[in-house]
Design a protein around this ligand. Structure first.
Ligand SMILES: [Zn+2]
Length: 322
């Protein structure tokens, strides 16, 4: 089995303009970087995802909001807030981004891929039930968690969010569902201002880990796994979803964390070790933030190398010296 690498050409239709940090160059940098990693070719199945349907998007959002985004795009576009743009192609882009993550869930749950990475935009983890915000239109990962419960033999979904910003939208989409647990580590105080440690949700299924900027990388790493291990004590997930925001890297223009590419490798390794033990390695990872495009693409490569190492078909020796 191989790693599903899911993307959709429509993700480029979300036109925010080149001055916007979340521009289409972020997503183009990833296939450009892949060209320099031929050792990954045999380990990845490149797949174009589908568009999520309005009914699927309504697993996480009010159907009126989903319709509003579509109408705004059809009318030529506008803004949901000062940072969050809808262009004429944005509904196609955002529904394709979400559809890739849903396809990732299907592939991993059917045993057709060992894990999945979804190279998608716009990101999703800030979109709340009735409103997009923070560059996000639809909550891809939160929707995917509900989809897994509805469509597959899944009773417990763990979501980990290591984007430097609090996944307030994911929290809003999943906190009422006791079968989903959510761990978010994020810079604090920072956008969007939510994610205090005391925010546990109505069922106590939310673990927020607010952290100051500029700490030693290991401090972030230990805090994240401490929360994940607490969330999974006596509770074993059937599926793990990762909000893979790479604005957690040192040097990102929108964050102050200090992780390096080597940390992304070891974080992914630690995640796969746990996911293998919990649920046979069933991980669906979806791109969130990451606003230095080349660095984000390099982080995706580091992340993919580890996912590839955890398939049976990959020649481990070929990446041992990366
Ligand atoms: Zn972010």
């Amino acid at each position: 089995m191989s790693v599903a690498f899911l993307s959709h050409s429509d993700c480029g239709l979300h036109d925010t303009g080149w001055e916007h940090p979340e521009h289409t160059g972020r997503i183009r940098a990833i296939p450009s970087a892949l060209k320099y990693h031929p050792e990954l070719f045999g380990a990845l199945q490149h797949l174009e995802g589908r568009h999520a349907t309005p009914e699927e998007l309504a697993l996480g959002h009010d159907s009126g909001y989903v319709a509003r985004v579509r109408e705004l795009a059809d009318a030529g576009g506008g803004r949901l807030d000062p940072d969050t743009i809808v262009s004429s192609g944005s509904y196609l882009a955002a529904s394709a981004g979400c559809g890739c993550v849903l396809d990732g869930v299907d592939l991993v749950m059917r045993g057709e891929a060992s894990s999945a990475f979804c190279a998608v935009r716009p990101p999703g983890h800030h979109a709340v039930r009735d409103r997009g915000m923070g560059f996000c239109l639809f909550g891809n990962v939160g929707i995917a968690a509900h989809y897994a419960l509805a469509k597959h033999d899944v009773q417990r979904v763990l979501i980990i969010d290591w984007d430097v910003h609090h996944g307030n939208g994911t929290q809003a989409l999943v906190e009422d569902e006791s079968r989903i647990r959510f761990v978010s580590m994020h810079q604090w105080p920072w956008y969007p201002g939510t994610g205090a440690r005391e925010e546990r949700g109505p069922h106590g299924t939310i673990w927020n880990v607010p952290m100051g900027p500029g700490l030693a990388p290991d401090v972030y790493t230990q805090a994240l796994w401490h929360a994940v291990d607490d969330a999974t004590r006596d509770w074993t997930p059937d599926l793990v979803l990762l909000s893979a925001g790479f604005d957690c890297l040192a040097g990102d223009p929108l964050g102050g964390f200090t992780w390096t590419l080597n940390d992304i490798t070891s974080l992914t390794e630690a995640l796969m070790t746990r996911t293998n033990a919990w649920c046979n390695g069933r991980l669906v990872s979806a791109l969130e933030g990451g606003y230095a495009p080349e660095q984000t693409a390099a982080a995706v490569m580091a992340h993919l190398h580890v996912l590839a190492r955890h398939t049976h078909s990959f020649d481990i020796a070929s990446v041992a010296h990366d």
